[in-house]
Design a protein around this ligand. Sequence first.
Ligand code: SAM
Length: 313
Amino acid sequence: MPDELPPAFLERLARILPDAALAHVRTPLADDRPTWLRVNRLKTDPGALMRELAAEGIAAAPVPGFDDALQVPAAQRRALTEAPAFHEGRCYIQGLSSQLAAPLLAPQPGETVLDLAAAPGGKTLHLAVLMQNHGRLSAVEPVKERFFRLRANLERAGVTIARTYLMDGRAVGRKVPGRFDRVLLDAPCSSEARIRAGQPQSWAHWSERKIAEQSHKQRRLLLAGLEALRPGGRLLYCTCSFAPEENEGVLSHALRKREDVTLLPLELPVDNWQEGLTEWKGKPLDPRVRQARRILPNARMDGFFLALLEKSG
Ligand code: SAM
């Protein structure tokens, strides 16, 4: 397998990302990159977890801007994954970009919430923490093996409000229209943000055709999620792809199909982001998608895309 990033990928990225972010993707990951985790506040708090890990010889440190995150030196990652705190669900290994999603959706205790593409459950667990384990949390995942990992993670984390459904998210809207206060759609995608120089495995499945296939599925999932949302409810759409076809294009399509949906502004606790693109490959997109945010990859965060939609009441 060639160990150069695919030229077509780089060419596209150069039209999406600023130079510094592009340079980051083109640089192999540093071996000393820390591991980030999220403290499970259903079971502990950051201070107690830091003390518990310190007793195991693990030097976890707070992360500015992220109240529930800790970072662990790369050399101690293995020790972390062998620690009781990890096995007993007091923490969950999760990148900082992923930790942005649930707080932006901001589910409240007592609400009825849907996670439409849930496994392995990192964000489902986070939603449950914000809901303080009160309310109803439905988690959907169609891939069997991933579904069972999701269930195990929910159990380990002490989440008691979740119901899990082994099914295709595209069928949910028709089944339970208007049911949910909040919906998270962390959509299946081409995972472009995981592609890094020096790791040929990371782009083994990348192609423009794959992007087109994912885009088609994402459009249908987003429409299903919006249908399942109650009037006045909110949906957070996110992906770990840079591709406009999987992001702004999917949002534009939904805005075209549904006049009762708007995009809301997003307040982020970091400054490495850019507005949604309003044009791609010479074609205009709905200008409202400017409200979406593309997280630019840097030393501590992977690329990500986020947009918050609201259904009018
Ligand atoms: N939210 C998860 C987390 O934070 O741990 C990660 C979700 S991952 C980006 C997308 C998930 O969508 C995958 O587990 C994939 O199997 C699932 N998926 C694929 N096709 C789907 C469909 N038609 N409906 C619902 N989920 C689907």
